[in-house]
Ligand binder design. Structure first.
Ligand code: MRU
Length: 354
């Protein structure tokens, strides 16, 4: 696949009728690639966050269903449809917050329903699913490139940008949403600097942002999560740029836990708070009251990197993976169709319809 910009880092891709991904749990210590056509293996990879980030989860789930479909294309059409539907149901239940997962699986399910009515063999149905999954993957990369070009218009030479969690190439099929904007700005010759939070407890900032942006040559500095508000207060950053797992019809931004606090600090100190997300993350059907915020295993908080116990072994823990940022704290939402400004309720609808 050819793209307008170099694709140096991929999170998930298609290879020899299998879905492959880089196990982000092991970065930056080891670069481990895993491939499968077993949807159960992919479900585990998504739950355990080997594959993570809303767009990457959606693409990975779609490719996993396609790979599985290919592996059972010698079965009768009715058996094929039954098994593929079960695989979709299993992947549907892996993580509840990222909209892209449901958006991608709905597209695959629609193709399956159509193939059930029109395909003359399971092989023909499997081909339709593979084509759709590859289209979802390609569209994700293209959306990130377009989004990156829109977003780069907001970035100036010399900017120091605070980011939280990884919304880079490692959170999408490739190129990234926040990562796309940083890359395009960097390729345009803007001398930007990035400050990333650690992003406890899974450490997507400390482990993934540092690895991904250093590979790209973009200067990146690490802070603890607790330092974000003080860094903003001191004027050490002049913009905030984050991704999203879901944007509701009212313009609420659901993103990595800690985003809300950063948005409040940005507002207090008058610096722009930008959200980068493809339209596949915008859910016009959901209002903020419908969104399920994932709560993860307490062990993620009790232990660092799943190993070192840092507290009393059975201490109670609250471990929300995401939080909610109110629309009035968001300066703009950058999508592949353009930059959306308030009022979001009205303007998100317009951009999705355009
Ligand atoms: O729990 P994660 O690592 O899947 O959370 C990821 C985020 O919160 C990202 O900011 C979001 O998915 C956008 S990725 C382009």
């Amino acid at each position: 696949m050819e793209f307008k910009y170099p694709i140096k880092t991929r999170a998930v891709w298609w290879e020899r009728d299998q879905v492959c991904w880089i196990d982000t749990r092991r970065l930056p210590f080891e670069e481990v690639i895993v491939c499968t056509s077993d949807p159960g293996r992919m479900a585990k990879a998504i739950i355990d966050m080997e594959v993570r980030g809303a767009p990457a989860i959606g693409v990975a789930a779609a490719l996993a269903v396609a790979a599985y479909a290919r592996s059972i294309e010698d079965r009768s059409l009715s058996e094929f449809v039954e098994h593929v539907n079960k695989a979709i149901d299993m992947l549907w239940r892996t993580r509840p917050t990222a909209h892209n997962l449901f958006w991608a699986l709905k597209r695959i399910r629609n193709k399956l329903d159509k193939a059930k009515r029109t395909a003359s063999s399971s092989a023909e149905a499997a081909k339709a699913l593979v084509d759709e999954a590859l289209k979802i993957m390609r569209e994700d990369i293209e959306a990130n490139i377009r989004l990156g070009e829109y977003g780069a218009r907001l970035i100036e030479d010399g900017d120091v940008i605070l980011i939280h969690c990884n919304a880079g190439a490692l959170a999408t099929a490739a190129f990234g949403t926040v990562g796309g904007i940083l890359r395009v700005a960097w390729y345009q010759g803007k001398r930007i600097k990035v400050i990333t939070t650690e992003t406890r407890p899974v450490l997507q900032g400390a482990r993934l942002n540092t690895w991904e942006y250093t590979r790209e040559g973009i200067p990146v500095t690490l802070i603890t999560d607790n330092a974000a508000a003080y860094i903003i207060r001191k004027g050490l950053v002049n913009k905030v740029l984050v991704g999203a797992d879901r944007i509701t019809r009212e313009g609420y931004v659901v993103n990595k836990i800690g985003t809300y606090g950063i948005a409040l600090a940005a507002k207090r100190h008058n610096i722009p708070f930008y959200v980068a997300a493809p339209t596949s993350t915008i859910d016009l059907e959901s209002s903020i009251d419908d969104v399920v915020i994932e709560e993860r295993d307490p062990e993620e908080v009790r232990r660092v990197l799943g190993k070192y116990l840092i507290t009393m072994p059975d201490i109670p823990v609250i471990n929300y993976a995401f939080d909610v940022t109110d629309p009035d704290l968001v300066t703009a939402i950058i999508t592949e169709k353009g930059i959306v400004y308030p009022p979001y309720q009205e303007n998100l609808r317009k951009i999705i319809g355009s």
